[in-house]
Design a protein. Structure first.
Length: 487
């Protein structure tokens, strides 16, 4: 292999190019038509973007400055359940380990029916950071368009050729893609990566089929709209339950990204807009209206072509999985691309399938709750869980927390899956799916000395929280503002 051509210049294509260029000594070019817009459904990342940042040795402050970004601790859920009106899904950083937030400490909090504020540092609820918060906060919010500009800049700095052209035809041979015909010229490479979004321009020619998740997930539409700068920057993405879905709100430097994810079986774009305007008390201007079928390709890699990003999979904006799955796909591809054969392709496709089923199950878990305010919420509660999720729910009902071994035993866990057992356990707890009485019984039979050790960890964590409260004096917005002032 001596050359790779990537078609598509959105986040997926550019991130994939950069990850592969860091590992492979091959010519990489990205065909990026200037007349194609950016979807920009979500402007948040999971912690996997920090893996990408470290892979490229990028400075956190440079990333925040260039992308007009802010820090993110997780997702703040509002009005998704009756018991917990507000909770933060935050378990991603190594800081939690320092705070004593092991699985056993989660268990201790759950059997005592603790509220949401006990599961994350209080400073996160106050939107305060320290002078160097990067070891604690490893997720980000971005201005999507500035992120795209930054990634193009990085590509050029890393000798990745950015070509302004539009592919109009794909010629095949027995090895897969022979060549790509653009409006300006014809392109030939050893390997091709399809990042053309919902068009699936290359991979569809090779026979890839879309596997819909609509049996499990009922949202299929979204409107996105910007609003002005916030008085303060939340260190989380807001996910607020609405009548027929949920609204996101993401703070970035100078503006706020918003959207409403809904099912068109219950409402439409116009009614969704009215519902948002009533909530916000002002008119909004819809920047994008997106229709989608949640799902993934049956085979993202066929012969000499692989599909990455929206082209390969899209579930929905909840939990900001699109950038995360792109990064995991690219890192996985990096492992298998050298001297690949059909066995490599089969392993890759199986691993990606596991990643996507993990995302599918985690997203569906959020909708299994006690909210029944509208027909939408009543109906999504009646949706039959996937077979995997059924097994997880059986574990919770039996009075114990999900373990990695549970996930491994049914083949739904690997190094590249986005969500691990702690993620599932936390959402299950807030959604009332864990039998905490039975959980207490299993906790009570644990050796007393071991429980004392866990409790000491927890006490040390509490002390560290309090010390952190004293040392974290800067507001999140001030921290971001100073990054730009020093530019």
């Amino acid at each position: 292999m001596n050359s790779i051509t990537i078609v598509g210049g959105g986040t997926a294509g550019l991130i994939t190019a950069l990850i592969l260029k860091k590992r492979l000594d091959v010519k990489i070019q990205a065909i990026v038509p200037s007349n194609i817009g950016i979807i920009g459904v979500g402007e948040g990342s999971t912690e996997h973007f920090d893996d990408f940042r470290q892979h490229l040795h990028l400075d956190v402050k440079d990333v925040l400055r260039e992308t007009k970004g802010t820090l993110k601790s997780g997702i703040m859920f509002e009005d998704w359940t009756n018991k917990h009106s507000r909770y933060l899904h935050h378990i991603h950083s190594m800081w939690n380990i320092k705070l004593g937030l092991s699985a056993r400490n989660y268990e201790y909090l759950m059997i005592n029916n603790k509220g949401a504020s006990c599961f994350a540092p209080m400073t996160l609820f106050h939107n305060e950071v320290g002078l160097e918060p990067s070891d604690r906060l490893v997720q980000y919010h971005f201005n999507t368009f500035k992120l795209n500009e930054y990634l193009i800049k990085l590509c050029k700095e890393n000798n990745i050729n950015i070509i302004d052209d539009e592919i109009v035809d794909v010629n095949l041979n027995d090895k897969g893609i022979k060549e790509l015909k653009g409006k300006k010229k014809t392109y030939k490479s050893s390997f091709y990566i399809d990042c053309t979004g919902f068009k699936k321009l290359l991979i569809s020619k090779l026979g890839a089929k879309w596997q819909s998740y609509s049996k499990y997930l009922k949202t299929n539409s979204a409107i996105a709209f910007p609003t002005g700068d916030q008085e303060d920057y939340n260190i989380w993405t807001l996910a607020k339950a609405m009548k027929y879905g949920w609204m996101w709100q993401i703070p970035t430097y100078g503006r706020t990204g918003n959207g409403y994810v809904y099912s068109d079986q219950y409402t439409n774009k116009e009614e969704a807009k009215k519902e948002i305007e009533k909530l916000l008390g002002k008119e909004i201007e819809i920047a994008k209206h997106i229709k989608y079928d949640p799902g993934a390709l049956d085979k993202p890699w066929i012969k000499n072509c692989v599909a990455v990003g929206l082209c390969a999979n899209f579930v929905e904006p909840l939990e900001a999985t699109s950038i995360g799955t792109t990064i995991q796909q690219a890192f996985l591809l990096m492992q298998y691309l050298e001297n690949y054969n059909q066995q490599s392709i089969n392993i890759y496709n199986k691993q990606v399938s596991t990643v996507m089923e993990n995302v599918r199950d985690f997203i569906q878990l959020h909708y299994i709750n006690d909210k029944k305010t509208t027909n939408f919420w009543k109906d999504v509660n009646k949706v039959e869980p996937s077979d995997t999720l059924k097994q997880y729910m059986h574990v919770w009902k039996s009075g114990r927390l999900l373990k990695s071994t549970d996930m491994e035993s049914i083949g739904h866990y690997n190094l590249f899956t986005l969500f691990k057992e702690d993620n599932f356990n936390l959402i299950a707890y807030f959604n009332g799916l864990i039998d905490t009485k039975l959980l207490r019984n299993s906790y009570n039979i644990v050796n007393k000395n071991l429980k004392r050790y866990w409790l000491e960890n927890r006490i040390e964590g509490d002390m560290l929280w309090r010390n952190t409260d004293r040392t974290r004096k800067m507001s999140h917005k001030k921290y971001i503002q100073e990054i730009h002032d020093k530019n």
